[in-house]
Every structure is written in C-alpha cells, then in structure tokens.
Design a protein around this ligand. Structure first.
Ligand code: HEC
Length: 160
C-alpha cells in the first residue's frame, strides 16, 4: 500500500472513531443530567418507609434508587417509578393480601415470588403504600419503565 493510501485510511478511521466517541459522550451527558426517577414524598415519609424497606429486605429482590441493576435479571420489577404505574390503594391491597399472587400472578418459584406482608403492622403497610405511590418516573421514561416491568412480570417482549 502506498503511503498516501495509508494516510487516507488512517484519517477515515480516526474520523469514524471520533464521531462514535462524541455521540457516546453526548448520550451519557443527557442521562447524567436527567435521572428519570423521583419521589414526591416528604423527607419524613421517605426516611421511615426506607427503614421498613430495609427491615423487610425488599431490596433482596427489588432494585430501588440504584442504577446498577435497573434492567438486570433480578427476579422482581424495579420499584423506581412504580408509583406512575399503580395507585396507593392498589399497593395497600397488594401488601395486605394473604396471597399476593391472586392479585398479580407470578412466573417464578415460590421462594422468588412476592411474599405476603399481611402480617406487617397496618401502619407499616399504609406507609409503604404511601411511599411506593410517591415513586414517580418522568414522562420521557414512562414507556421504558412499563416495558421493563412487563418483561419482569411475564418474561415476554412488550407489545406496544
Ligand atoms: C423474595 C423476593 C421479594 C421480596 C423480598 C419482595 N418482593 Fe416485591 N415482588 C417480588 C416479585 C417476584 C414480584 C412480581 C410478582 C411475583 O412474581 O410475585 C414482586 C412485586 C412487587 C410489587 C408490584 C410490582 C408491579 O410491577 O406492580 C410491589 C409494589 C412490590 N413487590 C413491593 C415490595 C415491597 C415493598 C417489599 C418489601 C416489603 C417487597 N416487594 C419484597 C419479589 C419480592
């Protein structure tokens, strides 16, 4: 290959590399500045609810306030944004049910499925329902959140 041809090829290669890197940085920048999940709860409600969540090991199965396993194959849907998909009453009934799979069927073995929290004190169930319903997702990420939940619950691709 002639020196001139080499020079042209290397230049093209660098240009392609440069534009790929630039668009990657661009995408990252957009998401760094705009996390789609937020809570409308007061700091008291948030703090107390997070205590109940910690005590009951909800995060053994669910992700919440972590980007790490947002779409990873942990068994349960993420709780971030869940308050944009369901209501406070729904959460209360679900947590209070002796058999949550009657409300939301599972595709998992019993040990991975949502346990019943019917024996939790009523105040804790109310608090959890209130907090869960405060976990919102911004409109621009609502479809992706629905899609991720659907995949977790059914194991199927989401039909728009
Ligand atoms: C053993 C794993 C496990 C634990 C622990 C667990 N969950 Fe779940 N949860 C699941 C699974 C799996 C589902 C999906 C339904 C099913 O398969 O039973 C689910 C479903 C849910 C849903 C409904 C999600 C949706 O898509 O609407 C909510 C809300 C929820 N869990 C909240 C909690 C809270 C709050 C706690 C702690 C008090 C908790 N979970 C503890 C596994 C778990």
């Amino acid at each position: 290959m002639k020196a001139g041809e080499k020079f042209v090829l290397v230049s093209i290669g660098l240009l392609v590399l440069f534009s790929v890197v630039r668009s990657e940085l661009h995408v990252k920048e957009k998401h760094d500045n705009d996390i789609p999940f937020y809570s409308t709860a007061s700091s008291d409600v948030a703090k107390n609810a997070m205590d109940v969540i910690r005590k009951n090991n909800c995060k053994n199965c669910h992700s919440l306030w972590t980007l790490k396993d947002m779409l990873e194959s942990v068994p349960a849907p993420m709780l971030d944004g869940i308050g944009s998909l369901r209501t406070e009453d729904w959460f209360y009934d679900y947590l209070s049910s002796p058999d949550p799979q009657k409300i939301l069927p599972t595709r998992l073995k019993k040990e991975y499925a949502m346990p019943s929290y019917a024996s939790l004190p009523e105040a804790d169930r109310r608090l959890l329902a209130k907090y869960l319903s405060s976990l919102k997702v911004k409109d621009w990420y609502l479809e992706q959140t629905k899609e991720a939940e659907y995949k977790k619950l059914t194991g199927l691709e989401y039909k728009k």
